[in-house]
Design a binder for this molecule. Structure first.
Ligand code: SAM
Length: 330
């Protein structure tokens, strides 16, 4: 067994521990649906019997699961390997829609650019919002190493012109505003003052100039953030921050609980969300990057097809689709 990578993947580890099946949180009822789902089903249905399938950047295994279910349905005997650089354990984390997960070989902390599978052993490679997150030169070289003659590869990548990217850019902007506002620090400061006096004597804080100053500063940040909520089409980050802080004050005042650790947890969740959005923004594929990816595959002997735009529900741009293959005689 290969040594697991020690890359820092805390923001993805956190996400997959929540048990979401796909990277789109609750957007899809269970697994990917519509055209995305159809593309993956067609791809795996076209695999030969006993194929070895490699799903890169698998997360909690959404795409690997489609392959695994088709394998049982058609009695195809696929061997599905699903890898992710993050720490994953889908059979333990995913709570519903789990039929077929147990048959997948999951490899946690395993980067696509060093997947540990033998040379010429893989017949099909899949990647949903995955390839574009990886170091492309190294990953394509690794795929050239592990793919068997006749192998087929399919990737759906984030489209730079999609609404998802537009939303991510706005959320990242608001994340910066939130960080610069010092909102969480100010909340922690006031909560610290409050925890120094018993809950039934909270009125004493009014006579403490430092606590009063802290309260004023927090109220000012909160007012600024609330004003911004009504000015953006994507206020979720701000709303989550406001709700988290309000929840902490409620728990401390009403229940007398020590809430600083909870505030730190809420803050970390928000930072993880922003770090994933940052990865997403870096990963997104515009026309130029798409052509560079194709050139990398071509240079290593793969046959590639022109990139295709893929839409979810008719008009929602969902990704750029790339198909590549190795000739059977290579
Ligand atoms: C947007 S998620 C997609 C997950 C899954 N394919 C899905 O559609 O639900 C991107 C995933 O790529 C993983 N990733 C990033 N860099 C990677 C690398 N170099 N090798 C393998 N996985 C990587 C992340 O840890 C994350 O789980």
């Amino acid at each position: 067994m290969k040594k697991p990578t020690d890359k820092d993947t805390w923001h993805w580890d956190d996400y997959w521990r929540h048990g979401f099946l796909t990277s789109c949180a609750d957007t899809f009822q269970s697994n990917y649906e519509g055209r995305l789902r159809q593309v993956w089903e067609e791809f795996f249905r076209s695999a030969k019997g006993n194929a070895t399938i490699l799903d890169i950047g698998t997360g909690n295994g959404a795409i690997a699961l489609i392959a695994s279910r088709i394998s049982s349905e058609l009695d195809s005997g696929f061997s599905v390997h699903a890898i992710d650089q993050a720490e994953i354990d889908p059979p333990a984390m995913v709570k519903s829609n789990t039929d077929g997960l147990a048959a997948i070989h999951f490899h946690s902390k395993t980067p696509a650019e060093d997947c540990g599978l033998p040379d010429n052993s893989v017949d099909m490679v899949s990647g949903q919002y995955a390839l574009e997150y990886t170091p492309l030169n190294e990953t394509v070289a690794e795929l050239a190493r592990v793919c068997a003659p006749g192998a087929r590869l399919l990737f759906i990548m984030h489209h730079a012109d999609s609404v998802v990217l537009e939303t991510a850019a706005e959320e990242l902007r608001l994340g910066k505003v939130l960080e610069n506002s010092g909102f969480f620090d100010r909340a922690a400061d006031l909560l610290q003052h409050m925890s120094n006096v018993p809950a039934d004597q909270a009125h004493r804080l009014a006579g403490d100039p430092k606590a009063e100053d802290s309260r004023k500063q927090l109220n000012q940040s909160a007012a600024e953030l609330k004003a911004l909520v009504s000015q953006t089409p994507n206020p979720q980050i701000l709303q989550t921050a406001l709700k988290s802080v309000s929840d902490c004050f409620h728990r401390q005042q009403a229940l007398g609980l020590e809430v600083l650790p909870l505030l730190a947890k809420y803050r970390r969740q928000l930072e993880a969300n922003l770090a994933r959005l940052h990865d997403l923004q870096n990963a997104s594929v515009n026309e130029e990057k798409g052509q560079e990816i194709i050139a990398l595959f071509d240079a290593l002997g793969f046959l590639t097809e022109p990139l295709e735009d893929i839409f979810h529900e008719q008009d929602l741009l969902a990704g750029r689709l790339l198909r590549a293959s190795l000739s059977a005689g290579s």
